[in-house]
Design a protein around this ligand. Structure first.
Ligand SMILES: Cc1cc2nc3c(=O)[nH]c(=O)nc-3n(C[C@H](O)[C@H](O)[C@H](O)COP(=O)(O)OP(=O)(O)OC[C@H]3O[C@@H](n4cnc5c(N)ncnc54)[C@H](O)[C@@H]3O)c2cc1C
Length: 444
């Protein structure tokens, strides 16, 4: 029984951790609501290939991936294109989501992981503050350790008792509601194959049109509700700017969610650890979460393997969170402030920043292993005079930047004080302050 591990939901990090644990002699079962052939979405994803190596996976076969094209960013008025120029060695790869899953699942099966498909996880089974199993539509399952890989709205995380100290919901401006669909391509374009638009059709969010050989890939992401009328309005705006995008829908067409917030303040309790979207591990501004989930899988599996007493208490599992914050979380959480800043700017202010070179293409040259603020705002000293000159004329924008700067300093300083060892009172106090910093800035 001590070697038994439950993975609730077949998220990427959960399956990768399952494989690493099974390879170390653990008896691991993944409980997934979908059927095997339904796993993953009907579209491609971009991620850092280096993450595969971290979980013992080889590079996929060459016919299964291609290197991502540079993106060109546009402000709301689309006056000034900001062209990324990511160095070749830093490029991410693009793969079909279903192929990523096929690779992860085949690898996990080869290590002895069991999968129970068509099984919806309903809630955790608790004994006091300890998670001892999961209630599912196929019955109750027990194990001393439950890995929560159910994604952003995980019913396991949301139904933990408050005494575990783990946030249940994601909070305001913390999820992108996304529509993604592929259309036919009705014209050729000369340049900028991958166009990303801030505040398309004046909606608080982003849109992209990526032009492929035979198709166009459109994504719309907003913070609030996404109605059919919104989808129609933003699609019309994107189509007007991209006449190559036809009207015939070929793939996709779902509305889904991506967390775009700071990582969960507390990711573990006795017998429980959250991973991937259920722990909000995506890069806050752009929503990429696959590579971080895989990297976290290695950290979680190592932590579980090192727990020789097989107790899986907060004391032992906290090491996983410390590892995650040291490697990734501490640089990701400041980015959540930058995302909140974007929610406070008007379309005109964002246009001004782009048109006047305060925000430049270099700032948006994001490579495969970019995780932190420095990667996104890689301001060279040479660009500073222009930026400052541009800003000096706009006290209204400076007024919005100052609280963001203050919050950035606060969160960086606060992350440095994260307790290295589990002490319930200290951890809960640290987590409460971490959440308060974001809440305060969000409501300012
Ligand atoms: C449109 C879109 C585009 C994206 N593009 C990229 C990209 O290009 N690059 C990138 O790195 N990331 C991208 N992401 C984000 C990425 O999908 C996630 O960050 C990443 O997959 C990690 O999430 P996860 O695997 O933990 O959770 P999920 O992908 O949500 O997987 C959760 C799994 O748990 C299952 N599940 C959920 N609830 C239950 C339940 N109650 N019972 C049983 N099973 C359950 C689900 O069926 C699913 O299989 C994108 C997301 C979206 C929506």
């Amino acid at each position: 029984m001590a070697n038994k591990i439950i993975v609730a939901g077949g998220g990427h990090g959960g399956i990768a951790a399952a494989a690493l644990l099974a390879a170390n002699g653990f008896d691991v079962t993944v409980y997934e609501q979908k059927q095997k052939d339904e796993m993953g979405y009907d579209w491609t994803d971009i991620f850092a290939p280096q993450a595969l190596d971290r979980v013992g996976l080889p590079m996929p076969p060459e016919n299964k991936y291609e290197y991502k094209k540079n993106m060109t960013f546009f402000g709301p008025s689309a006056n000034t294109p900001l062209k990324q120029d990511v160095p070749e060695e830093d490029l991410e790869i693009k793969m079909e989501r279903k192929d990523i899953y096929a690779m992860l699942i085949a690898h996990a099966e080869s290590k002895g992981v069991h999968f129970e498909y068509g099984c919806e996880v309903l809630s955790p089974i608790m004994s006091g503050n300890r998670v001892i199993g999961i209630h599912t539509t196929t019955g109750d399952h027990f194990a001393p350790m439950v890995i929560d890989a159910c994604g952003v709205d995980s019913p396991v995380r949301r139904r933990l008792p408050a005494s575990c100290g783990i946030e249940k919901g994601a909070g305001k401006f913390s999820k992108f509601i996304v529509y993604r669909a592929f259309y036919d391509k009705v014209a050729d374009i000369e340049d900028d194959p991958y166009r990303v638009y801030f505040f398309p059709a004046n909606r608080l969010g982003i849109g992209w049109v990526a032009t492929e050989e035979d198709t166009t890939d459109m994504l719309i992401g907003v913070f609030d509700e996404l109605t059919q009328a919104d989808i129609d309005a933003v699609s019309a705006d994107l189509r007007a700017k991209n006449p190559q995008m036809g009207n015939r829908q070929l793939r996709g067409g779902q509305i889904v969610k991506i967390p775009v917030r700071q990582p969960l303040a507390v990711m573990v309790c006795d017998g429980y650890a959250a991973i991937g979207d259920s722990a909000f591990m995506t890069v806050p501004v752009i929503g990429s979460g696959i590579a971080n989930s895989l990297k976290a899988a290695r950290m979680l599996a190592d932590t579980i393997v090192e727990d020789e007493d097989r107790v899986y208490s907060c004391e032992t599992l906290w090491k996983y969170q410390v590892r995650y914050f040291n490697a990734l979380g501490s640089s990701l959480s400041p980015l959540a402030c930058v995302k909140l800043l974007l929610t406070k700017l008007t379309s005109e202010q964002l246009d001004y920043l782009i048109d006047n070179h305060v925000l430049t293409a270099d700032d948006l040259t994001i490579g495969a292993n970019a995780t932190g603020l420095g990667d996104f705002l890689s301001m060279s000293p040479a660009s500073m005079p222009d930026r400052l000159k541009g800003l000096a004329k706009r006290p209204d924008i400076i007024k919005k930047l100052l609280p963001c700067g203050k919050t950035l300093v606060q969160i960086v300083a606060h992350n440095a004080t994260m307790p290295r060892q589990w002490e319930r009172r200290k951890v809960f106090s640290w987590a409460a302050n971490y959440c308060r910093i974001f809440r305060n800035y969000c409501t300012q």
